[in-house]
Design a protein around this ligand. Sequence first.
Ligand code: NFS
Ligand code: SF4
Length: 663
Amino acid sequence: MACLDCNTCSSDPAAVQMLAVAEANNIGTAWSRHAQQQPQCGFGTTGLCCRICLKGPCRIDPFGQGPQFGICGADRDTIVARHLVRMMAAGAAAHSEHGRHIALAMLHLSQGHLHDYSIRDEEKLLVVAKRLGVATEGRDLMTIVRELADLTLHDFQNQNYDEPCHWLAASLPAPRLKKLGDLGLLPHNIDAAVAQSMSRTHLGCDADPTNLILGGLRVALADLDGEMLATELSDALFGTPKPIVTTSNLGVIKRDAVNVAVNGHNPLLSDIICDIAADLNDEAIAAGAKDGINIIGICCTGNEVMVRHGIPLATNYLSQELPILTGALDAMVLDVQCIMPSLPRVAECFHTKIITTDKQNKIAGATHMDFQEAKASENAKSIVRMAIEAFKHRDPRRIQIPNITQQAIVGFSTEAIVAALATINAADPLQPLVDNIVNGNIQGVVLFAGCNNTKTQQDSAYIAIARSLAKRNVLVLATGCAAGAYAKAGMMTQDATRQYAGEGLKSVLTAIGESAGLGGPLPLVLHMGSCVDNSRAVALATALANKLGVDISDLPLVASAPEAMTEKAVVIGSWAVALGIPTHLGTVPPIVGSDVVSQLVTTTARDLLGGYFIVETDPELAADKMFAAIQERRDGLGIQTLAVAPIAALAAAKRPVLPARLT
Ligand code: NFS
Ligand code: SF4
């Protein structure tokens, strides 16, 4: 097998151990397949290959020697822009389909069709309902649920082009809404935005790169709408995350348990599996698993159950094949998105049962169990029983579980962050954060999001950039596979704060952590949840912007996707830019074949929206560029970057260190 040195593949020592097992057994993984794909096509890499019609594929010579136009006459800019917009549309479709699924579950719950779900966080439901304009006073809970579901589904059905999607309109700061509205970027209907992106990029339609990219930003904001509603409704259904201590990495697989991994994105299934597991524990013990059933997470559905229930996270996207190689994974339950089609092939070499559950997401070679919310418990039980059955067919000689786990303190929803801050200033929880941004203890905030990509050593860019920024007193938030990377690397611990945070940041995290009763600092990286939960960071930014009476584009806030890979990551980065956030990409997107498009997303976007893409593959340089962007925002707010002084008195004083003003 054309395999590389495992250490160059992943910075995760557990993954490296398992890759050696793959190599020894001649089992293909994402990394060996990556090696086999080299060299990758230069036209595709630069975005200069067009496959939009059957006259193609057409290729544009990047060096200007060969053809400069496709057969239809499309130039490099049109070709690059069209494909980029299609990526955004696909990302938006994926996130919003997830959101629709949750919204429909809410509707069906209110109609009395679902018996295995309930509103676990009534308070959240009421807050969200009020925000969206649903009357709550003195009304029956299910009536509120029904109206909220209807209002949410309206964002998929509205035909009035001038009426923006409800969730965005109810959630973003007024100046941002005005700016986006003036530019025609506020979507009226998520599905329509996706359809219009596909339609305008069909052969012979939109051939103006600027107009195309603006259309892309409209679908990107539709994506944000879909993410917001997915997150907030999931919180109402399954609970809003609160800080919880758990563990991460492949060592969470237990030799003496029936190990069931949940992989994918949608908590409608994974949450029920967590509930059911306890009921079937005795059956697992009777089958010989003395530790009962052990549910573990992979990718974003793993993040969903990790932040809500403290379910241990086995791994993030790129190493999702590796839990099978431990020989102790009894079943992997798949729902939707970011699932490698190779899983059944890897599982063929072991006893692991691979179970797909969504009609639209089957994989040849996997067992399909159609999951229906109306029969959620029954379906979940059948799935867990398949795992118990598979457990009986384990080959004990093949069990090799890396003895590697890290503690992870997770569950930092916006509400949880505000609640922790409220222990310092109950009357005005955001004030301590503002004060410490103003006095420079916190220079700014970075949100790490996105995937793993075989083009980068797994997790390494995340770790390097976060350490570099934390040392410079930047507060670090993470979601999705970024969060997975930090959890596995032990960066969601109090020790990581002690070790890597700059003095100012350390003092603030310590003050808040102690005041909130954690007996030490908050972890260095705050786990906000799955990829759709990037909307939580938007909620935090919006709260800060509203408090200061500024726009999101004024805040010392940056986003980073150092190992981006999916179309979902592309669309997330795009709405971050639309919101005014400088957004780093560590993977070069397939747009470099067009100077016009590259210019649009890095420079023109900045003039129009305040946000822009920073493409930088070197982690240290990326950290420098993001820090510079933060400093620029600080200057814009008129905050001098002061010498950083510790604020050890903060917790004791239980009051803001600085008055409520921007200097
Ligand atoms: Ni986000 Fe989550 Fe991971 Fe990337 Fe995939 S699991 S939705 S897309 S790969 S972070
Ligand atoms: Fe070629 Fe134009 Fe067809 Fe693209 S749309 S494949 S550039 S002819």
